[in-house]
Ligand binder design. Structure first.
Ligand code: ADP
Length: 290
């Protein structure tokens, strides 16, 4: 971890999660009293960008927020985590939001409105230049797919490594898969994209509490065992893992998977997604204790 910090460009989503807790979810037409409410910055793109920055990478974020109050808060949340937001667009209309209702049994219902994330339908010259100048481009699938495909194609042509977390699961064009150098998938995604992943040079499969398995370009595999931690909330563990992996991958895949596995484990020890992402010191401490 002594070499120069990687430069990572994250192209992806940024949302405000509106989390309401209630004993019972209302039936159609019914009003109930809830017990709590919180606004929590999220979106896979933003979470992974924050994770990469906390792991020490230089991170630039490409995407869009709306011109509402959420947009202002989301921009400052990224900036406070050390993510460069100079190229983050502000567009007319609402920011992306996820309305989440959690009932007394822990069951949830979620409505995601893409808002500004859905408006990222092309890439500007400045955005293309940022992709070309980076070591790694990291994307997920919460913005329009043709923009992800165009970014990956430009990265490939510019010698920038293309990392993809293909989540949520969507049918992807074959051209996009052909441009991917490194894919991070959980068990469900590994199953759904099994055929496509065979052609990706580097694949990391996360296994929840069981750690992760890495398959290298030459077909060899290595596994990293899960760390034993006091699990509070697994939300955001995958995003913490992915951002931490990408931040350190250019050093060596082996140390990057160990590093990311520690970041993912630490993220499960706290509530929330963006709020639970660990920093370098905490990761170094837990790795030093093994
Ligand atoms: P996702 O959250 O995307 O479904 P996983 O559940 O596979 O992804 O978790 C991602 C990573 O987070 C794992 O590879 C592991 O490093 C860490 N992790 C997740 N759950 C646990 C757990 N219970 N104990 C320790 N580490 C965990």
């Amino acid at each position: 971890m002594d070499s120069a910090a990687s430069t990572v460009v994250v192209l992806g989503s940024v949302n405000m999660d509106l989390v309401t807790t209630t004993a019972q979810r209302p039936a159609p037409g019914e009003t109930v009293l809830g017990s709590g409410f919180a606004t929590v910055p999220g979106g896979k793109g933003a979470n992974q960008a924050i994770a990469a920055a906390r792991s020490g990478a230089q991170v630039r974020f490409l995407g869009a927020v709306g011109d509402d109050a959420f947009g202002t808060t989301l921009r400052s949340t990224l900036a406070e985590a050390g993510v460069d937001t100079a190229l983050l667009r502000t567009v007319d209309g609402p920011s992306g939001v996820a309305t989440i209702v959690v009932d007394g049994t822990g069951e949830n219902s979620i409505i995601v409105v893409a808002g500004a994330n859905g408006r990222v339908t092309d890439l500007t010259e400045d955005e293309l230049a940022a992709i070309a100048a980076a070591d790694i481009l990291l994307c997920q699938l919460e913005i329009p797919l043709r923009t992800v495909a165009a970014a990956a194609q430009h990265a490939r042509a510019s010698g920038t490594v293309v990392a993809l977390n293909p989540s949520p699961v969507r049918a992807l064009p074959a051209e996009l898969w052909a441009d991917v150098d490194l894919a991070m998938v959980n068990s469900l995604e590994a199953e759904r994209y099994a055929a496509e992943l065979n052609r990706v040079p580097h694949v990391v499969r996360t296994l929840g509490g069981d750690g992760a398995v890495y398959r290298c370009a030459d077909g060899t595999e290595f596994a990293v065992a899960g760390l034993t931690v006091d699990v509070v909330d697994t939300t955001g563990a995958g995003d913490a893992f992915t951002g931490a992996l990408v931040a350190t991958w250019t050093d060596s895949p082996n140390s990057a998977v160990n590093w990311a596995n520690a970041a993912g484990a630490l993220a499960t020890t706290r509530l929330g997604a963006s709020s639970s992402i660990p920093g370098r010191e905490e990761i170094e401490t837990i790795l030093g204790a093994i």
